[in-house]
Ligand binder design. Structure first.
Ligand SMILES: *Cc1c(COP(=O)(O)O)cnc(C)c1O
Length: 429
């Protein structure tokens, strides 16, 4: 049994000066009970907490650490850059370097703008879509998360679902009325919404492979159907690739699924663990942004040299070694098979979804294909599973609505350890 005395003490202190003791709600253990773990340092696939416990990490900062923690080329790039000044508010060459590399890796984009988070990227992408089309409304899907800006806090997946606040106080009715809510993997539903709002919809924003209600891949023909619907109705299709970008393939979900979006948003991996987001599109759309065009968007720390050096080092590694994506997918498949066998052995009812290096375990007998089916999970079973895994040194997200993020730093020995833990825990469920 692992002890967490120091973490608990630190959490008590934190709660006095930080709301809920955390700077992002998903870090709290509200959905599973207990106190969150305070991390001291991390290396590769392992976390080392303030009590001296060693944990195999399946969150990986919610995605960015795709090559593992404290990855040397990234750390070195940041350290060297920091010595030369940490922010200028003036153009720097490295911004062009990372932009050129990103544009070369991702299909169907000519220009990219860097911001400081995935939230900012999605918020700005929607503003750009509205400015470009001259229309106001957007369609989002129940269970998809696009950051915490007002327009998106309508059935927003993981964090918001976990905390039972799908419509947050503080979001005005005026804002909510421009957000139309559709069902994931249900093209007919989207068609009906488009028909009922003819000429009013600027964009459809979607996680091309959903990752914030567990991992939910798009049904066959679903994204193609959205693409055709958008083309027919002058609606821009926004792929929110904050999670999937530079994770599922060098070119993200667009490349993996061979389908083009009009605007793509990024975050997580693109910053190599520093606060970075970005949005990108073809020239005709991106040229509407200030200072070229009328759509305003800005940031004092956007394109920050430390953030850009981390991102550039990360993308360079992925670009130079595309076999990483295959290796990640193989590891994830191995884990999938091992977990399935362990849960089956103990007759634990479950569904596992997986795409590339994203995988989610749902304690549900039915296929998980959208928000409604994701919400049918047995949370009591999940709680026990979560704490059982933790007691065995495996750290998964403290919510039944999260994807596990596989990192290349995980060895097959680590995966076997994880599967053994699942076997032990499953016996108790
Ligand atoms: C994490 C995430 C965001 C928000 O990014 P932040 O950097 O947390 O603001 C947006 N969209 C998706 C799909 C995400 O997974």
């Amino acid at each position: 049994m692992i002890k967490y005395q120091r973490s608990s003490a630190l959490f008590a202190e934190a709660q006095k000066v930080i709301p809920g003791g955390v700077n992002s709600p998903v870090r709290a253990f509200k959905a599973v009970g207990g106190d969150p773990i305070f991390v001291k340092e991390a290396k590769g696939a392992y976390l080392y907490d303030e009590d001296g416990n060693e944990l195999i990490d399946y969150i990986n900062s919610w995605g960015p650490m795709i090559l593992g923690h404290a990855y040397e080329p990234v750390v070195n790039a940041v350290v060297e850059k920091a010595k030369k000044g940490t922010s200028f508010g003036m153009p720097t060459e490295i911004e062009t370097e990372i932009a050129e590399l990103a544009v070369s890796m991702v299909p169907n984009i000519d220009k990219i703008r860097f911001v400081n988070s995935g939230t900012e990227a999605c918020m700005s992408a929607v503003r750009l879509a509205r400015g470009f089309t001259g229309k106001d409304k957007l369609i989002k899907f129940a269970g998809c998360y696009h950051g915490h800006s007002d327009s998106f806090l309508i059935q927003a997946g993981s964090g918001a679902v976990t905390f039972g606040s799908p419509n947050s106080p503080g979001v005005t009715e005026g804002t909510a009325k421009d957000t139309l809510l559709a069902k994931y993997n249900n093209l007919e539903n989207v068609k009906e919404i488009v028909a009922a709002n003819q000429g009013e919809i600027a964009c459809i924003i979607i996680e091309p492979i959903a990752g914030n209600m567990g991992c939910i891949p798009p049904a066959e023909g679903f994204l193609e159907g959205l693409r055709a619907l958008c083309d027919k109705n002058d609606i821009l299709l926004i792929f929110d690739e904050v999670m999937t970008g530079f994770r599922l393939a060098a070119g993200g979900a667009q490349e993996l699924l061979n389908i083009n979006a009009d605007i793509v948003t990024f975050g997580k991996v693109i910053g190599g663990g520093l606060p970075v987001g970005a949005f990108a599109a073809r020239d005709e759309i991106m040229n509407h942004l200030a200072p070229l065009g009328p759509v305003y968007q800005a940031g004092t720390l956007s394109g920050n040299p430390l953030a850009m050096s981390a991102g550039l080092a990360m993308l360079s590694e992925l670009n130079n070694s595309p076999e990483i994506f295959l290796s990640l997918a193989e590891k994830t498949q191995y884990l999938h098979q091992g977990i399935t066998e362990a849960l089956d052995k103990h007759k634990v009812v479950h569904t596992i979804n997986r795409t590339g290096s994203m995988i989610s375990v749902h304690f549900s007998p039915t296929p998980v294909i959208d928000f409604a089916t994701a919400a049918e999970v047995n949370n009591e079973t999940f709680k026990k599973f979560f704490h059982g895994m933790l007691d065995n040194g495996i750290y998964i997200a403290p919510s039944a609505f999260e994807t596990w993020f596989i990192t290349e730093a995980l060895t097959y020995k680590d995966l076997d350890k994880t599967i053994t833990a699942v076997d032990k825990v499953a016996a108790t469920l």
